[in-house]
Design a protein around this ligand. Structure first.
Ligand code: OSB
Ligand code: MG
Length: 387
């Protein structure tokens, strides 16, 4: 009698282990105008261009978004540098080749030093492909533990204190679970004191985007009195040393954003107490694989993480929501309602929060699709690369 159990060679192959051949890649740069002027310590943004990546494989489309903006204020990367790096240095190694895993794909781009935002757009689009082929939402493939995520709002530098308090009250009334205020030298203690006295119980944070030096520590001593959940990236991105000194004199945890590019950076920062919270941005750290490793390191240290934003359109926003489902993302992220930022999105749904909570799309992959007609109207530059 023959056994009904299939021999090992007939066993179903793990879908994740079968290589996907990248048949074509589209790069589409679209214009997008924010509904508000967003001012940070590194400048003001309103008219943006965003760069989208579409990987074609096996009849599926994998979607990614470059989180860089038009000017190199947050980091050295811009939409234009990402275009150049992708077109000249990444796509020639990707198109027409097959990859079974994100790390294999990253291996094909290992000759690209830095330019993590450009590389991340490809890496995240590949995760979307893998999850679509497996017929599961990306959050499950990533190992997420929840299907809804708590979100806060990031509030830019306003014209005056009264406008700051009014914006804080409006966002709190909309249900956002934490309010983060952009600060810069000369715009820090005064607006935050006003917000704290208007909203004594709200979860408040500040983000300096590296605008201060250790010599400004008195500003942080004053902020330390306001019961903030954390102070985000006060000092230079490459200055963990002085973050250690600043953290030592404050009760408020420091949160690192620009300083963290890898799980090794996270380990060194947490081991030296340069900060106690990490803002993980999938785009800043070369994609989901490294974002997950940073999350794992932080979890091992008992340090909370949250998912930062970069004014993304729906594609990047969807990736952020999926990443935010991992166990260690215990603080509200930056992925506020898409309709808070844009008149029109490039995807077929509005990723909007209800009472400070975003539902993670539950279709295959990132669970959202591009609206081609919107891309046609908004494209300022596009190319399609085939083998
Ligand atoms: O530092 O977190 C930041 C936006 C652009 C660049 C950097 C940052 C931000 C934000 C806004 O804080 C996040 C968002 O609302 O998408
Ligand atoms: Mg930040």
């Amino acid at each position: 009698m023959t056994s009904a159990v299939p021999a090992p060679s007939q066993a179903k192959t793990d879908p994740i282990a079968t290589a996907l051949r990248i048949e074509a890649v589209e790069l589409i740069e679209v214009s997008a105008r924010l509904r508000f002027r967003f001012e940070t310590s590194f400048g003001a943004q309103q008219d943006l261009t965003r760069l989208l990546v579409v990987l074609h494989a096996d009849g599926l489309e994998g979607l990614g978004e470059v989180v860089a903006m038009g000017s190199p204020g947050y980091s050295h990367e811009t939409t234009a540098t990402a275009w150049e790096v992708l077109e000249a240095h990444a796509l020639p190694r990707i198109v027409g080749r097959s990859f079974a895993t994100p790390s294999q794909l990253l291996g094909a781009m290992a000759h690209i030093r830095g330019h993590d935002m450009a590389v991340a757009a490809i890496e995240t689009a590949f995760w979307d492909l893998l999850a679509k082929r497996a017929g599961m939402p990306l959050w499950q493939l990533l190992g997420g533990v929840r299907s809804e995520v708590a979100v806060g709002a990031s509030i830019g530098i306003q014209s005056d204190v009264a406008a700051t308090v009014a914006s804080a009250q409006r966002h709190l009334a909309e249900g956002y679970k934490r309010l983060k205020f952009k600060i810069k030298p000369g715009w820090d203690v005064e607006p935050l004191r006003a917000v704290r006295s208007a909203l004594p119980d709200a979860v408040l944070t500040v983000d300096a985007n590296s605008a201060y030096r250790l010599a400004d520590a008195r500003v942080f001593d004053a902020l330390d009195e306001l019961g903030l959940d954390y102070i985000e990236q006060p000092l230079a991105a490459n200055d963990l040393h002085d973050h250690v000194a600043l953290q030592r004199r404050l009760r408020t945890p420091l949160c690192l954003d620009e300083s963290i590019h890898s799980s090794e950076d996270a380990r060194k920062a947490l081991a030296t107490d340069a900060g106690r919270v990490i803002n993980v941005k999938v785009g800043r750290v070369r994609g989901h694989l490294e974002a997950r490793r940073i999350h794992d390191v932080a979890l091992a240290f008992g340090a909370p993480v949250w998912c930062g934003g970069m004014l993304e359109l729906g594609v990047g926003r969807a990736h952020n929501l999926h990443m935010s489902t991992l166990e260690g993302y215990t603080l509200p992220g930056d992925t506020a309602s898409a309709s808070r930022y844009w008149e029109e999105d490039v995807i077929d749904t509005w990723l909007d929060a209800v009472d400070g909570t975003q539902r993670v799309p539950d279709g295959p992959g990132i669970g959202v699709a591009l609206v081609r007609e919107v891309l046609e109207r908004r494209a300022v530059r596009r190319t399609e690369v085939r083998p």
